[in-house]
Design a protein around this ligand. Structure first.
Ligand SMILES: NC(=O)c1ccc[n+]([C@@H]2O[C@H](COP(=O)([O-])OP(=O)(O)OC[C@H]3O[C@@H](n4cnc5c(N)ncnc54)[C@H](OP(=O)(O)O)[C@@H]3O)[C@@H](O)[C@H]2O)c1
Length: 208
């Protein structure tokens, strides 16, 4: 973002000591803690772009077994966390001319996932929220962007050897979307194929 001309960047992090980059201003921010969200919004009243990137897997919750705790946690961070931060910063974006809100979504926002159903459901909920925010913040001039990607090469996707794109690639595409007022990013080939297929009729599925 600095390379693209951002004057100042805040990094919302749970532990400010992990934001070692001299060019960013760390803000203590756990998106599940209302008091930290309120404090971040009080400090960062000059922002014009908010990126909701925080997200977790739904570890431990299988489709047919395992406690629901992991799926509940994913809903808490990915969905309610995004919602709470968006609420807190919407008036700030309005005061600063509209600006933009970017939500980091997924290919799993559109397609249920038997291997990680809780994560996919949280990403689907976050997608619905993104749509609602796009409509609800239109009048105040806020561009709301949903970024959809398949596997990205980060800690979250480390469990699988499936093909991945880099986080830098996703970031570049997102910055382009910001520059071009584009409401969705489809970051990789698989995501683009799935998006195109959403309007196709479902194939009849033979019974086993
Ligand atoms: N990796 C993929 O394949 C993939 C694909 C599509 C979409 N995404 C989405 O991309 C986003 C970034 O994920 P990633 O792949 O970069 O995963 P990651 O490497 O595991 O990073 C997740 C980030 O979320 C932060 N976070 C987790 N819980 C938080 C909380 N309660 N409050 C504030 N921050 C919290 C983590 O902060 P700490 O450093 O404090 O742990 C970490 O910085 C997520 O929304 C994810 O769903 C990922």
């Amino acid at each position: 973002m600095l390379e693209h001309g951002a004057a100042k960047i805040y990094a919302g992090v749970r532990d400010p000591a992990t934001a070692a980059d001299q060019d960013v201003t760390p803000l203590r921010l756990d998106v599940t803690k209302p008091e930290e969200i309120a404090e971040a919004a009080a400090v960062a009243g000059d922002v014009t772009i908010v990126i909701n990137n925080a997200g977790i897997a739904s570890t431990g919750t299988g489709l047919l077994e395992g406690a629901f705790d992991g799926a509940r946690r994913a809903m808490e961070v990915n969905y309610f966390g995004t919602w709470a931060v968006s609420r807190a910063f919407a008036p700030i974006l309005a005061r600063n001319g509209g600006g933009a809100l970017v939500n980091m979504l997924s290919l799993a926002s559109w397609v249920g996932q038997p291997l990680f159903p809780g994560y996919a459901a949280a990403k689907a909920a976050q997608w619905s929220l993104t749509d609602a925010l796009r409509q609800g913040l239109r009048e105040q001039g806020t561009l709301v962007i949903g970024v959809h990607a398949g596997f990205v090469d980060t800690d979250l996707g480390a469990w699988t050897d499936a093909p991945k794109i880099s986080a830098a690639d996703v970031a570049e595409q997102t910055l382009k979307a910001l520059a071009n007022d584009q409401v969705e990013v489809h970051a990789d080939e698989k995501t683009r194929r799935v998006k195109a297929a959403l309007s196709q009729p479902l194939n009849p599925q033979p019974r086993a």
